[in-house]
Write a protein that binds this ligand. Sequence first.
Ligand SMILES: Cc1cc2nc3c(=O)[nH]c(=O)nc-3n(C[C@H](O)[C@H](O)[C@H](O)COP(=O)(O)OP(=O)(O)OC[C@H]3O[C@@H](n4cnc5c(N)ncnc54)[C@H](O)[C@@H]3O)c2cc1C
Length: 308
Amino acid sequence: MDTKDVGFENLCKDLGVANLNGWPLIESTVYFTDEGVRYLRSPGVILLSKPNTNIENIRGYLEGYGEDFLGYLDDDTRILTSGEALVKFAGQTCYCSFGPKRTFNNRVAEYLLNLKKSGHGSVFEHANYSFLLYGISRATTHEFIRHRAGFAYSQQSTRYVDELSLRFVERYEFQTDDTLHQKFIERINRAYKSYLELKEYLNEGDFSFLKVEEGPHAKTDRKKRINQLSRMCLPHELEAPIVVTGNLRAWRHFIEMRSHPSADIEIRRLAISIFACLKTIEPNFFSDYRILIFEDGHYSLTTDFKKV
Ligand SMILES: Cc1cc2nc3c(=O)[nH]c(=O)nc-3n(C[C@H](O)[C@H](O)[C@H](O)COP(=O)(O)OP(=O)(O)OC[C@H]3O[C@@H](n4cnc5c(N)ncnc54)[C@H](O)[C@@H]3O)c2cc1C
């Protein structure tokens, strides 16, 4: 399939990236079926946390090497993002590069490119970014959590949470055809109804497997037992909100693997959306990525420095 290069601004416009004072987000609308079942049609991506770096307190540490190194603190850090300040300082610690011959902050872009070129990716692990991700299916979060190194996850529980918070996700492909869309609507109405029916049946019955120990948690324990059975009739299309924290090296690897044309379209759209939010606040960390658009309208990314 043919590809074309796309500018970053066009990508952000297409995805609807908002940047509220350095906190990017992409919101996702909630829709309702005629029967009142909630569903979403695109990934919601909200940045919750990013590095907050202060290197002022290293004065005593630098002094221990002699007066020469104190000039390091005169270099204006306001021209760096907090993530850049952290990664650059960590990298310069490796070679004790604090003297007059060091790379100054106004050359941070070049410094970071050199890290990528030399594969010195461990330095990128210091910068962590947390996102709330929603409007994504349980199929996609199952693929996501296969990424182990450098990630932490907290996902909405289908044992604790009940029908009040059940929402579904309509895949992009189903949105492009009236019949597929209609079948999706029928499917989630049916799934929601089956869930309620199963819960009701379990609630009213006298099942030994639902008996729980008396005590302060008895009510919650019984509710969880009923929910864990009722959820079995829910499809992969169930929405699975998740908070993900990852370090910059892990995010880069995830984005490269999951924006690839061979990845599932849903996680691919998510990876591109996360990239757009991260690059909005950290352009230099992602300056090596080329954005491509395919004939089918989907995006992908490519870089000479894969898996740094
Ligand atoms: C297009 C596509 C199709 C896929 N199809 C399948 C499939 O059919 N079946 C399936 O099971 N999975 C499938 N996967 C998932 C894939 O196999 C990986 O599990 C997933 O992408 C996580 O990537 P990662 O292994 O690089 O791990 P990450 O956790 O992201 O780790 C990053 C890197 O750290 C290193 N690392 C992490 N953990 C270890 C470790 N324990 N030991 C040594 N090194 C480690 C590796 O170098 C690894 O690449 C697919 C992924 C993609 C992108």
